[in-house]
Write a protein that binds this ligand. Structure first.
Ligand SMILES: [Fe+2]
Length: 499
């Protein structure tokens, strides 16, 4: 529902005309009327108050009705402005309508004509406002749709501030989230025009407008008088807390051109809805993170359990990750891909949990039967982690780290670039680490031997491009053996050597 009380302003330098109009309006239901015979006073009033309809004379001493019209529309873009004149010309009439005037009354006019023109203007305005509200509701539905599609929190918060700005035209908005440990509010996203220091400071939560603790706990607003291009107007600073389970988890700050009271109840309701969407997004993100953490802890426990059964290859996963991280960095992988690399390295041998100790720790050569059991570990790993959506990016590492470039690897005998890049990368760094670290049957070997091995099998066992990048990284001093093997485990866990 829109605000039903209509704010009407009548301006005419002849007072009796103002009075006649006031009398004619008395039969309208819900309105507030202001009469002005001085146009300057009227303009001051218009720039600082809510206005729905203005009736103004066209010629009033130094002021023209067209000037008033422009002034009204500057502050109230959907206001209805009706001009009155005793000296009509076609040129003036066209000019008024072109500039956004609603209609034109020729004095002397019949009161019935006046009333019907005002009624028509207000009805028209009501329809336009309802359309605006409908459009905003459609935008809200877009947000709701994105939520149901499971869009990630940063994108969702971004969509929410952008929708807030379109619900409140000319405003700017930001969402800040409260850091759990420090309790500080940190900016997550901003939208609208905030190229003004005072606006930006408020949006970022760096202002001192809110003094009391309670200012942060409920809807808070402050109207401030400002002067822009010599005109005095009001700007409102608004802050909504984001509340989840009775706790403040963030806030949405808004700066609106106009006093807070200009914002219609419908707009306020839509902003409140957006704020609750944002609070829910924070809540589900928190739950999701908790769920991810506990999943990840479980998986790490599993991976540690695998490592505990191996006597020889402590630190292998850590070293493989360090080497792979260097090469991936040289290949220009994105931050997301690098984070996935870490998970992939931790989990790549998780399938060995299903390989019996007698096979896993056999000091002698494996029989064909035993080797077949061992070769099942990539597929077993995929089976273990299947159905955990956030571990999906680790799958190529798990399934493809024993594939070979010429198609002679396992489990699928993939060839060339059919092997996921994650598997091709792991194959190279795995081999380098296997040769340069201690084995049950021999001591570690010199890095040069490992490099020769990579060169020898470049293009057959290994992706030639990755081998070249590895060799270059080594020549450039990026791979320092002592650092790789000595380094504190960044993974805080160690795992098995791949077969
Ligand atoms: Fe493996």
């Amino acid at each position: 529902m829109l605000n039903d009380t209509k704010h009407i302003v009548v301006i005419d330098d002849e007072k009796y005309i103002c009075n006649i109009i006031a009398e004619a309006l008395s039969e309208f239901d819900d309105y507030q009327l202001q009469k002005f015979s001085n146009p300057a006073d009227a303009m001051d009033y218009i720039s600082a108050n809510s206005v729905d309809l203005v009736l103004t004379d066209l010629v009033m001493g130094d002021y023209s009705g067209v000037q008033i019209l422009e002034h009204v529309l500057k502050f109230h873009s959907d206001a209805v402005v009706i001009l009155m004149t005793g000296y009509p010309t076609v040129k003036t009439a066209i000019s008024v309508l072109k500039k956004g005037g609603y209609d034109y009354l020729i004095k002397p006019f019949k009161l019935d004509d006046l009333k019907s023109t005002i009624k028509r203007g207000l009805d028209n305005q009501q329809i336009k406002r309802e359309n605006v509200e409908l459009r905003s509701q459609l935008e809200l539905m877009t947000v709701a749709d994105e939520i149901s599609r499971g869009v990630k929190m940063p994108q969702l918060l971004n969509l929410i501030v952008n929708t807030a700005v379109s619900v409140l035209p000319g405003s700017s908005a930001a969402i800040l989230l409260k850091a759990k440990k420090s309790g500080h509010f940190r900016l997550k996203c901003m939208a609208g025009s905030y190229g003004n220091t005072s606006i930006e400071k408020f949006l970022r939560g760096e202002d001192n407008k809110r003094q009391k603790e309670s200012d942060f706990k409920q809807l808070w607003s402050l109207d401030e008088e400002i002067k822009e291009d010599g005109i005095e107007l009001k700007r409102s600073y608004i802050s909504y807390p984001l509340i989840s389970r009775d706790e403040i988890v963030g806030m949405m700050n808004l700066v609106y051109t106009g006093p807070f009271s200009y914002i219609s109840p419908g707009q306020k309701r839509m902003i409140s809805l957006l704020v609750s969407y944002a609070a829910n997004a924070v809540e589900s993100n928190f739950l999701d993170k908790n769920l991810r953490n506990s999943y990840f802890q479980t998986i790490k426990t599993l991976a540690n359990a695998v490592e505990a059964r191996d006597r020889y290859t402590a630190g292998h996963t850590d070293r493989v990750y360090r080497l792979a991280r260097i090469i991936a960095g040289e290949m220009g992988w994105s931050t997301t891909k690098l984070a996935e690399l870490r998970t992939g390295c931790i989990l790549h041998d998780i399938g060995k949990i299903g390989v019996p100790d007698s096979v896993l720790n056999k000091p002698d050569r494996l029989t064909d039967f035993e080797r077949n059991i061992m070769m099942k570990h990539p597929e077993l790993g995929v089976k273990i982690l299947h159905g955990i959506p956030f571990l999906k990016p680790a799958m190529p590492y798990i399934i493809a780290h024993h594939e070979m470039y010429d198609g002679s690897g396992y489990p699928h005998g993939l060839k060339g670039e059919d092997i996921p890049i994650e598997g091709r990368l792991l194959a190279v760094v795995d081999t380098y680490d296997a040769i340069t670290s201690d084995r049950p049957y021999r001591d570690r070997r010199d890095p040069q031997i490992a490099l020769d091995e990579l060169k020898k099998f470049r293009g057959t066992q290994f992706d030639p491009e990755i081998v070249d990048i590895f060799l270059k990284a080594f020549d450039d001093g990026l791979i320092k053996q002592d650092v790789i093997s000595r380094g504190q485990s960044s993974l805080k866990m160690k795992m098995l050597m791949p077969t």
